[in-house]
Design a protein around this ligand. Structure first.
Ligand SMILES: [Fe+2]
Ligand SMILES: [Fe+2]
Length: 287
């Protein structure tokens, strides 16, 4: 299946599973994660995600036809990516496994870069929609991490702790959901962009999609490795539970016509993303 066909898969579960399979295929991990796929596929059957449905993408298409809505959505994405980068940075700093630490660090660097990518998309699709001073402020949404920088745990961050398989499952589901949002954004931006800026927008979108699929794949790889350990976790129960949490969050967001709402919005609504991680005491997913 081509990446462009991913959103055409009719069934909710097929669409979500297709993204996971495409991600692992591109990372040459496809046959290496039997426990991961077995748990994911069964959890999808038990808890079919609304974010994989055609209704969801139809609602997004309708909302995103409004230029102002689309521009704000790009700013919200930049904010979320920057915020996710900081959480991952703390999580990475606290990992005692060197390989996991480097993977999480690279992920934080990616999300930090993505915040700037979303702002570049804003400039290309909606030039002059923001005041220059506000546009300058938006640049601060990215923490601008690089692999050369020293890791540190942010003081008081709930992510300053050793990462667990539960974290990786939440990250994996969140990355699949982000990929679905990304695919919907691709078609939406094609409507808003001028012919002159179309190539620039496509280049950024291709880089984003490549990275998001890589995030799905590496978290699946970490889940699989832990599932094959001497004391394997109950992967299916964890997947079911976290998928149920994400489904609930998605349904609530849809009631507010939001697709991955803003950090401020989540902070105001205690029921929002806190539902995804009650066991760990997190107030949000790591990404
Ligand atoms: Fe991202
Ligand atoms: Fe990501």
């Amino acid at each position: 299946m081509d990446v462009g066909d991913l959103l055409n898969a009719e069934e909710s579960n097929a669409r979500v599973a297709a993204i996971a399979r495409m991600a692992l295929f591109q990372s040459r991990l496809r046959d290496g994660c039997p426990n991961y796929f077995s748990a994911l596929d069964r959890a999808l059957e038990d808890e079919p995600p609304p974010f994989g449905t055609k209704t969801y993408s139809d609602l997004y298409r309708s909302a995103s036809s409004d230029a102002r809505w689309m521009a704000v959505s790009l700013m919200t994405n930049a904010e979320r990516e920057g915020d996710g980068a900081k959480r991952l940075w703390s999580l990475s700093a606290c990992s005692s496994n060197k390989e996991e630490q480097q993977l999480l660090k690279a992920h934080a660097v990616d999300e930090s870069r993505h915040a700037l990518f979303y702002l570049a998309l804003l400039d290309l699709a909606f030039p002059e929609i923001t005041e220059p001073s506000f546009r300058l402020e938006l640049q601060k949404l990215s923490p601008r991490y690089s692999m050369r920088m020293e890791l540190f745990a942010v003081d008081g961050s709930p992510y300053a702790k050793e990462p667990s398989i539960d974290d990786f499952i939440q990250m994996n589901i969140a990355e699949i959901r982000t990929t679905i949002h990304h695919l919907m954004q691709r078609s939406a931006l094609a409507v808003h962009s001028s012919v002159k800026n179309r190539d620039g927008i496509k280049m950024i979108l291709d880089a984003l999609l490549h990275d998001e699929l890589r995030h799905v794949a590496y978290t699946a790889g970490l889940i699989e490795r832990l599932a094959q350990s001497a004391t394997p976790p109950d992967l299916l129960s964890l997947f079911r539970k976290r998928l149920r949490d994400f489904n609930e969050i998605t349904s609530e967001e849809l009631g507010n016509r939001a697709f991955d709402c803003s950090v401020e919005c989540c902070a105001k609504r205690p029921h929002c993303r806190s539902k995804a991680v009650p066991a760990t005491g997190f107030v949000d997913t790591p990404i």
